[in-house]
Each structure stands twice: as C-alpha cells, then as structure tokens.
Design a protein around this ligand. Sequence first.
Ligand code: PBG
Ligand code: ZN
Length: 327
Amino acid sequence: MTTDLLLHRPRRLRRNPAIRRMTRETRLGPEHLILPLFLVPGRDVVKPVISMPGVAQLSIDRAIPVAREALASGLGGIILFGIPERKDSVGSDACDPNGIVQRAIRAIKEAVPELYVIADTCLCEYTDHAHCGVIDGGEVDNDKTLQILGQVAISCARAGVDMVAPSGMMDGMVGAIRAALDGDGHAGIPIMSYAVKYASAYYGPFRDAAENTPAFGDRRAYQMDPANRREAFREALLDVEQGADLLMVKPGLAYMDIVRDMRERFDLPVAVYNVSGEYAMVKAAAANGWIDEERVVMETLTGFRRAGADLILTYHALDAARWMTGQ
Ligand code: PBG
Ligand code: ZN
C-alpha cells in the first residue's frame, strides 16, 4: 500500500464525539417534529390503541396535558384527528362547529395558545362507510367531496386552527380549500397538502386508532400506486399550482426516494409522515428486545431529515424530543 492511497483518511473526522459532532451534516431537533393526536368525545377517556403501544385515543380534557407537554418539549406542533360520536354518509360532524375536532381546537388553543395546531382535513373518520369522500354510485364523488372539504377547513379555521392538512387525495382539494378559506377571511391559514399519499399497507394500525376502515373496497381509486414516481411529481405540481404551502409525502420509510425528489424538484417545505405501521414495527421489535428503540427511532428520524424532509409527523415525537434533550 503506497502512502499516496492513504493520503485521505476519512476516519480522521470520526475519531471522537467532538469532531463527529462538529462535522455532522444533518440536524434534528424537536422543532422538526409534529405529534398526531386522536380525539374522542367524552371526559377522562384514555383508550389505548392496541396496535400502537404508547398511543391512545384521548378525550379533549386528557389531550390538554399532552398539548402542554408538546409545547414544553419544543415540538413543531400537533396534528389532530377526530373520531366523532356519530358518523353518517356525508361526514357531517367534520364541519360541525361543535364537532370533536372544532371543540378540541378551541380548547387546546385556549389552554396552550403558543402551541401550533394543525387539523387533518378529511372525511374518512366521519363517514359511516369510512371513505375519504362522499359516495355516489359506489364510488367517491370527487367534486361533491371538494365542497364539503372547503366547509371542514372553514369550520376549523373559525375554531382557531393554525393550519389545515387535507389528506384525502381528491383532485383539486388544495384549490377548493384555498378558495373556501380565503372566501371566509382566512387567507393567513396555510395548507399542508398530503400531496403524495400512497395506498399503503403501512396505515394498518391507524385504522384502529382512527376507526376508519372502509366498509367496502379500498382507497386505491384515490391514493397513489406505490410503484409510481413520476406521478408524484405531477401530484405535487398540481398542489403547488393550487396554492399548497407545504408538501407532504406519506408513508415515510418505503418512500425516502420520493422525499428526496420533492426536496429537489420543489422549493416548498417538505413534510414526511412516519406512519402508524412504521411505528408499530419499531414498537413490536423493541418490546421483544430485538432492537434498541431509541437508537432506531433517532436513526430513522435523522434519515428523514437527510432525505430532505423539513418536518416529520411522528408518533415518536415526545419520546424523541426527550431523548434529544437528555431528559
Ligand atoms: C386518512 C388518513 C390515513 C392516515 C392519515 N390520514 C389513513 C388512510 O388513508 O387509510 C394514516 C396515518 C398513519 O397510518 O399513521 N385520510
Ligand atoms: Zn381520509
């Protein structure tokens, strides 16, 4: 071996923690994390989601302390999913001023005003068939659904939400929501679009948490085929043209290439959803002692940041924030 070949020794910059820290390329902080919460009616309800250890459906009174903790931990914010008392064919509770999410928004913004609150904007937790839109002739009627989504967004904005996040993969949903919000005096409320959302088996545990398993069929007629990449560019472009403020890719782990693509192709902030199935796999392996949960979670979250995500929606948010600050 000539000395020439060993002129460059990358290991010099890995020799100890101090130099590794100084030369680290990717930063991950609590401010990059958004915690999803599942709200249910009632008082003093903490109903564990069996397939997601550490996650529970919460009544609003029980969500307030979690919201406080989210703020104290320095999280970027929270995203709310509501599970209403009554479901019907058009998801009426989703735009009821006294619906579960609207009440939760008001209560959380009153108790913890500085916490950034996002509302998932979809119908699937509110419809009795659990599809993301209204059904006509056995299929989701895109354009009828758009009208309702506009009303859902307005009702959340009136309740004081900071941002809305449409997740139903309806064509034109961003434009329809933008127009509805602007028309009701909420031009300042940004839209984080679930722009690139794949029809994924990784959503399995979420369907227990949000009680939104479709009564018939599946979501493949509106969510994307996991095999498609070019289509992601097209979906994202349409949302940008309609006024999206942030673009989300979902799920995360199996779609890191798409996160990178979004980062390179568009200048909007990119969010990634580290979904329920990804969480469940880590929790199950950790519970068996097969992996080191903290190290695996931090590695995964860092990986999302390295791939180009600005924000990460993750059920690990509070744990990760604790691990980051060493508390
Ligand atoms: C529904 C919705 C889903 C998730 C967020 N919003 C599930 C689905 O589309 O079936 C999944 C989140 C997760 O799995 O953590 N609009
Ligand atoms: Zn939905």
